[in-house]
Design a protein around this ligand. Structure first.
Ligand code: AMP
Length: 438
């Protein structure tokens, strides 16, 4: 960690624009999981206690750009409109725009501001716009130790579009930029990187959440206590090409489960039946198998697999399953989870690890019958007591939390996409832009 943190600078009396990740799950206007709010609290409290004027900003979901004059349709809507006869397109577009305006209530950060205000003893106000009149007035009125949360930045197209004018307005709010949104650190948007990249704010530091994520994950990747085991699962090989390649270089053993394992099995010449296979990636898998051999790394694939005749529909429907050898899946069956022998094998490798990182489920874990492999990996990690165990966010983090193993892990990342990019060896734009320590 060679980036400056909030502790390295003087924040007293300074206006600090803090990019946080308040993209919390909501149902009917009620926050259903406060983890992301809690994750940002240490930085916010530190700034308040040290006399900063705190301007918080975040996105929430994927709303339309309702703060712009011209509201753009999203990709799905555009496609639907294009599929219509020409004379119906205008009306359909207008209907989507009307719907977008109504959807504002689904994406507003107001409920987060209210909750934060409770947690921070009434010190928090909410601006009903991002860089408009209300935000300007509320920022100007801030006193030391007070906080304003701006409305959802993605209501303005300037956020994702890195619009210079939008960046200038955001930057005009502050003397110091703090990034504490690890979940969006892999994105280069106005508030996550561009306002610093454009040279609009000179003092740019990270908060405690990003500091922790980086310290634990980057250090484990660069200086792991060995044996270092990486566990990868999830649907497709194509989504994790660079992750597989980079982790092979860093780890001692790479375990591959989930949908992506079948492309590897097929590449080895095995029969995989109707399992998910990415034919275009067979050569890539062979390359990785060779790479593992030449580097002297262990590459573990499932030795048996849970199969069914079809994909469960709905996903959590009751399903009849069988267990077969992973080397010979019947033509009419698809592999949907790792089998019991694989669970045992993977668990024994994991338990021998001193550093274990994991991203991606071992099977269609949304279905209780097909969640056993994912549970077995989570359990093995929980039992690897003297290992540093890191969960790379996303589905694996959700699985660990549901199983009640969260407190048994060394670190559960708050960013699935961001941690995968760290695993790929990429430099995240939201971190690259921050000031380095001398
Ligand atoms: P990802 O987003 O790449 O981490 O993939 C997660 C998804 O992979 C989950 O929704 C799983 O249901 C799915 N998945 C895991 N194993 C399989 C499998 N064997 N066949 C099809 N989908 C799978």
């Amino acid at each position: 960690m060679n980036k400056l943190t909030v502790k390295d600078i003087d924040v007293k009396g300074k206006k600090c624009l803090v990019r946080v990740d308040f993209n919390v799950p909501m149902k009917d206007g009620v926050i259903t999981d406060e983890n992301r709010i809690n994750g940002a609290l240490p930085t916010i409290k530190y700034l308040m206690d040290n006399g900063a004027k705190v301007i918080l900003c975040s996105h929430m979901g994927k709303p339309h750009n309702v703060f712009n004059e011209k509201i753009k349709l999203n990709k799905k809507e555009k496609k639907a409109v294009e599929a219509l006869p020409e004379n119906e397109r205008e009306e359909a577009t207008l209907a989507y725009i009307e719907k977008a305006k109504k959807d504002v209530s689904k994406f507003t950060l107001k409920p987060v501001a209210d909750r934060l205000n409770e947690l921070l003893n009434g010190k928090v106000t909410f601006a009903t716009d991002t860089v408009g009149e209300d935000a300007c007035a509320k920022v100007a009125a801030l006193k030391e130790g007070e906080v304003v949360l701006l409305e959802n930045l993605r209501f303005d197209a300037g956020e994702e579009g890195k619009d210079l004018e939008f960046c200038k307005k955001l930057a005009a709010f502050c003397e110091v930029y703090v990034n504490d949104a690890f979940g969006t650190a892999h994105r280069s948007h106005a508030s996550t990187a561009a306002i610093v990249e454009y040279g609009l704010v000179k003092t740019a530091v990270c908060g405690f959440l990003i500091e922790k994520e980086l310290t634990v994950m980057a250090d484990s990747l660069e200086r792991p206590v060995r044996p270092f085991i990486a566990v990868l699962g999830g649907a497709k090989v194509a989504d994790k090409l660079n992750v597989i390649s980079n982790l092979l270089e860093k780890c001692d053993s790479l375990i591959i489960g989930g949908g992506m394992a079948y492309t590897f099995l097929k590449a080895k010449g095995y029969e995989v039946g109707a399992s998910l296979v990415d034919l275009e990636k067979l050569d890539y898998c062979n390359e990785m198998i060779k790479k593992a051999e030449s580097l002297g790394k262990n590459l573990y694939l499932p030795v048996d697999t849970v199969v069914a005749s079809s994909f469960p529909n709905p996903i959590d429907a009751e399903i009849e399953v069988d267990v077969v050898d992973a080397t010979n899946i019947p033509a009419d069956k698809m592999g949907l989870d790792i089998g019991p022998k694989s669970m045992e094998l993977f668990a024994s490798v994991i338990k021998n690890g001193k550093t274990v990182i994991w991203n991606g489920p071992m099977g269609v874990f949304e279905n209780p019958t097909l969640a056993k492999g994912t549970i077995a990996v989570a359990k093995a990690m929980a039992e690897a007591e003297d290992a540093t165990t890191i969960i790379g966010g996303g589905d694996s983090a959700a699985a660990v939390a549901t199983l009640g193993f969260a407190d048994k892990m060394s670190h559960i990342s708050t960013g699935g996409g961001a941690s995968l990019e760290l695993f790929e060896g990429k430099v995240l734009p939201g971190i690259a832009c921050l000031n380095e320590k001398e």
